[in-house]
Design a protein around this ligand. Structure first.
Ligand SMILES: *Cc1c(COP(=O)(O)O)cnc(C)c1O
Length: 377
């Protein structure tokens, strides 16, 4: 099979070319109005996203990391309070906990779903444990029924890190279904360009059904001011630019189509890898849809790194999200003195993410699949 000219993990340019007329019009409308901060497109996007998510409040902020930080600030936690967080996630989830003088208490994850296993938190609860931050890794919801029940039992706030899962749906055992990120006290997401709903720079948002938390979040994100030049608490300056909101409002109309395109790519990979015994695909859980921010599988028998090298030689990019358990990172070493987490350790050794995006061509994917198959044959 001939090698496609260049294969990327994410193809943002082709997606832009496809949506160019709509996006360019939205951007130029903002420039014409020259209302760059808190302009009308921001309000329209916040309202549009709230409607899409079925949630009362959406507050745009500067990025996903800020969203997580402001969420924890809004909960009024005190220095030294403990926050449960998976040890297998992007650094931002745990970083903001430490930044605020709170203590990240790390949880192992399940090797089949890659999401947090809340049962592992049972022995870790102390008087200081105040919140849990589940991450919906790669686009599939964490088991929220179990997490919410656990949180209720131990009186914990739940802040969902939905940076990789915007648009996916969760269905609880009681039959209640809704968008991932809207079940806890506050949901957080990122509009980093490569995220499923990506803008043209940095962006993020928080969602909540709680009116009081919503006004606190707005106040904190705006220098702690409930009204202009009145500063009630120490806050931050974290805004979603009007230009970014205008781009996002266009892309929001395509978000479900983006998910379908990603799901189609994932299904083709799954089908092709079924017969390869060294590849273990991610378990598809019955309680969540999967929007495939990443297509990530486990490569067993120590072959992962060789596969990655082989693919690179064949022009196929791949990524390891994430290669090192958080507790093994120097920045977090002081927070951890327990046994290594079996699930996280194993995933760091075995996971590999393959190219997936909304513009994948059949021929390109066929080439990627053929290269993976040839490595194992
Ligand atoms: C991308 C991401 C973030 C941070 O978002 P930024 O917008 O880059 O700050 C946080 N958590 C997870 C799981 C992410 O994937």
């Amino acid at each position: 099979m001939t090698r496609p000219i260049s294969i990327e993990m994410v193809d943002l340019k082709t997606q832009y070319d496809r949506l160019k007329p709509e996006i360019d019009a939205a951007i130029f409308a903002v420039i014409e109005q020259s209302s760059f901060i808190k302009g009308p497109a921001l309000d329209a996007f916040e309202t549009g996203l709230a409607k899409y998510l079925g949630v009362k409040h959406v507050i745009g902020v500067a990025n996903g990391t800020d969203a997580l930080q402001i969420a924890l600030m809004a909960l009024g936690l005190k220095q030294g309070d403990e926050v449960l967080v998976p040890s297998f996630t992007y650094v931002a989830t745990a970083e903001v906990i430490g930044l605020l003088g709170l203590v990240p208490v790390m949880l192992d994850v399940d090797i089949t779903t890659y999401n947090v296993d809340i049962a592992k938190a049972e022995g870790l609860i102390t008087k200081k444990t105040k919140a849990v931050v589940p991450v919906h890794l790669y686009g599939q919801s964490a088991p929220m029924d179990e997490i919410l029940a656990f949180a209720k039992q131990h009186n914990l706030y739940v802040v969902e890190d939905a940076a990789q899962a915007i648009g996916s749906s969760y269905c609880s055992k009681s039959g209640k279904s809704g968008k991932t990120g809207t079940f806890g006290d506050i949901g957080c997401t990122s509009f980093f360009p490569s995220k499923n709903l990506g803008c043209f720079g940095d962006g993020g948002a928080m969602f909540t059904n709680n009116d009081e938390l919503a006004s606190k979040i707005r106040m904190i994100a705006n220098h702690g001011q409930p009204r202009k030049y009145v500063h009630q608490v120490i806050g931050v300056n974290s805004r979603l630019d009007t230009l970014q909101a205008a781009v996002l409002l266009v892309k929001l109309q395509h978000l479900d189509d983006f998910a379908l395109r990603r799901q189609r790519v994932a299904a083709a990979y799954d089908a092709a890898f079924l017969s390869i015994k060294d590849i273990v695909c991610q378990e598809i859980v019955p309680y969540s849809s999967h929007v495939y921010h990443q297509y990530t599988v486990r490569i067993t028998n120590g072959k992962r790194d060789n596969l990655q090298t082989f693919l690179k030689e064949k022009g196929v990019p791949s990524m390891i999200y994430y290669p090192i358990p958080l507790y093994k990172q120097e920045a977090f070493s002081s927070y951890f003195n327990g046994e290594p987490h079996a699930g996280t350790e194993r995933l760091c050794q075995e996971v590999i993410s393959l190219p997936i995006h909304t513009e994948m061509k059949d021929e390109t994917q066929a080439y990627i699949i053929e290269m993976v198959q040839s490595f194992f044959s």
